[in-house]
Design a protein around this ligand. Sequence first.
Ligand SMILES: [Zn+2]
Length: 420
Amino acid sequence: MKRCNVVRVLSSKEQVKVLETLGDRCAALWNAANFRCRQAFMNGEPVPSYATLCAEFQGDPAYKALPSDIAQEILKKLRKAWNSFFACLRLWKKGELEKRPGLPRYWKDRRTGKRLVRLIPVKSPRSYSMDARTLSLTLPADLRDGNGRLVLRTKGVLRFSGTPKTLELRYDRVKKRWYAHQVVEVPEPARKARPEKRAALDLGARTLAALAIESLERQIIFSGREVWKDFLYWNKRIAGEQSKLNQAGRKTSRQLRRLYRVRTRRLKHAYLALAAEIARILKRHQVTTLFLEDLTGIRVDMEFGPGNLLVHNFWAFRMLRNLIEAACARAGVKVVFVEPNGTSSKCAVCSSPVKRPVRHKAVCENCGYVWHADANAALNILLLGSSKGHGAEATPLKPLALRWNRHRWVSRFESTAGTP
Ligand SMILES: [Zn+2]
């Protein structure tokens, strides 16, 4: 599997100039090739493939100003951007997207119209080398001095070791710093042969996740309250900045981009901790397979914050699901997706319909059991996946509730007592 190492690049003033020049040339090639693609698209001609782009631009000054490993990678990235544009267009034509996707953009500042330095992709480890302290790159002939390579110091830990693949030097406009993202191919962790044990996870809004494990009497639920409260706070800050910008007749600012980033990172922090906690619990119970409901099954049952918060921030769910999938892959737990099938509207013991007197409760009409609605849904997913067919063995117990204290996921007991 592929993993990514990210380290910060430290550079002297001269080196920054070299990086900026390289980045500007990348933008020039991207824009030139993108102009060609956009013209083709608007004239109803086929958009050139990667091979065609390479053949057409090989003699171009913008291409020749870069080492070929960088120039080729720019063209490849551009073609990938067009591929995803076409994929989105197909979805839109099927009615699965609200807005018509826009054409791949030029790398330029919308306000000033100037070219924008965004990234320098390097195709193969032939033309770069990176160790714990330094990163060195081959330079185009006119930028070379002494040894012909650009040697940069780096700061950060290479978390993954494996076969090095492509490298990307990215300029962070918010922090005004360069970062190196290196892809490495890491061997899959060997899965030990263990007896099959299953668990299921129900994702939602009010309860971010409810976990049911085979032969474990109590389910575990992760409350979304603190996480969304924090998210809403940053939403307000963003709205404030936007109205300030509106009055000044501007669309965006560095501060706005910073606020968006803080909001995302704080949410991701809670999600990463949640995914890690779930992986830890699954490992402790020696679970081998985790059933996850398809994303279409997510219920927007918020009782705090505006109800449309999630409609506009659906990416947040995708992020949570992806992080859980990744954490499970690291822990050697197989993730299986199941079709949602009324998992929250029937009783996990007798599969009779349930009533929902309040949002978080489900009362069975037949056996009279009172469930925590999300714990019941998780159990139903578990039953759905286990092909056992009907009925959980246990009667519903109050689930173990964990909440986010902005550092860790803790139970109510732990949070009052401080550290456990
Ligand atoms: Zn029942």
